[in-house]
Ligand binder design. Structure first.
Ligand code: CP
Length: 305
């Protein structure tokens, strides 16, 4: 039995397999409509979500399975003090697989150590978000036809941005990847990711605060929200929240085939007028997340079309 807590638990070959399954699901949805018949997914979300929870649930329904859902900490016995470990043991009695989001880093790992069914990390604090990375990788693959030989800019909150941490970890294993880190000084990428991921894999990277200086060289621009919920101090959030706002005017210097990604939700960091630009890929990314979650659920439940 396997869980997915960190994207590096999947080899690049397994990611290729998941992407191939997602392409087949897109081409032949009827083939997959009953593969999870009789199986139940429990979505345990102790932190707000729109995309991740609903796409997991849509994924399971489209595979012919069913869903049990906890959509907030307040609606579960976590609010009475039940531990993550006990919750995982209890839900293992009802479901076949768990997708868990939690504000505490490491909570899905604790759940996986206590559950008797697979656990998927659906985002843990400012740490990791491996299934968002699967959505991002399929989006890059569909837009560019490859996951190698790309210059990828990450812009915004690189300190607390769990989607950034997971995507850099995944991309660092491909050849010809150059990473451009664009953030205010206070929101720089944690040094453990620079050291243990990028330097270890020999990935070329630069850090800058100046989006406009690096925008012309990017193949992918991964924008992120400055996350209010991760700040201890409202003053710091207000000072940093609008550090980068992408507008049509700024995009004039970008490559014509740039792909703009954002895990969403968006607040101010991408002007709504960019949504009509063919380079805007963030709503395609949302849909790709459902396909990759379908492929992942099948893999962890060991079911086949
Ligand atoms: N991208 C993402 O995790 O969105 P939600 O918080 O809405 O799930």
């Amino acid at each position: 039995m396997r869980s997915l807590i960190d994207i590096k638990e999947l080899t690049p070959a397994e990611i290729d397999e998941l992407i191939a399954t997602a392409y087949d699901i897109i081409a032949n949805p009827a083939k997959y409509a009953e593969v999870c018949h009789g199986k139940k997914l429990a979505t345990l979300f102790f932190e707000p979500s729109t995309r991740t929870r609903l796409s997991f649930e849509a994924a399971m329904y489209e595979l012919g399975g069913n869903v049990l859902s906890v959509s907030s900490a307040g609606s579960s016995s976590a609010s009475k003090g039940e531990s993550v470990a006990d919750t995982a043991k209890v839900v293992s009695c009802y479901a076949d697989i768990i997708a868990m989001r939690h504000p505490k880093e490491g909570a899905p790992l604790v759940a996986s150590m206590n559950a008797s069914i697979p656990v998927i990390n659906a985002g843990d604090g400012g740490h990791n978000h491996p299934t968002q990375t699967l959505a991002d990788l399929l989006t890059i693959h569909r837009e560019k036809g490859r996951l190698s030989d790309l210059t990828v800019g990450f812009c915004g909150d690189l300190k607390f941005g769990r989607t950034v941490h997971s995507l850099i970890t995944a991309l660092a294993r491909y050849t010809g990847i150059k990473i451009v880190l664009i953030s205010p000084d206070e929101l720089k990428l944690p040094s453990y990711i620079k050291k243990d991921v990028m330097q270890k894999q020999g990935i070329e990277y630069v850090q800058t605060e100046d989006l406009m200086a690096v925008l012309p060289e990017l193949d992918i621009l991964y924008m992120t929200r400055v996350q209010k919920e991760r700040f201890f101090n409202e003053e710091d959030y207000l000072r940093l929240k609008d550090s980068y706002i992408l507008t049509p005017d700024k995009l004039k210097v970008a490559k014509p085939d740039l792909a703009i990604l954002h895990p969403l939700p968006r607040v101010n960091e991408i002007a709504v007028s960019i949504d009509e630009d063919p380079r805007a890929c963030y709503f395609k990314q949302v849909l790709n997340g459902k396909y990759m979650r379908m492929a992942l659920i099948m893999k962890l439940l060991e079911v086949h079309a």
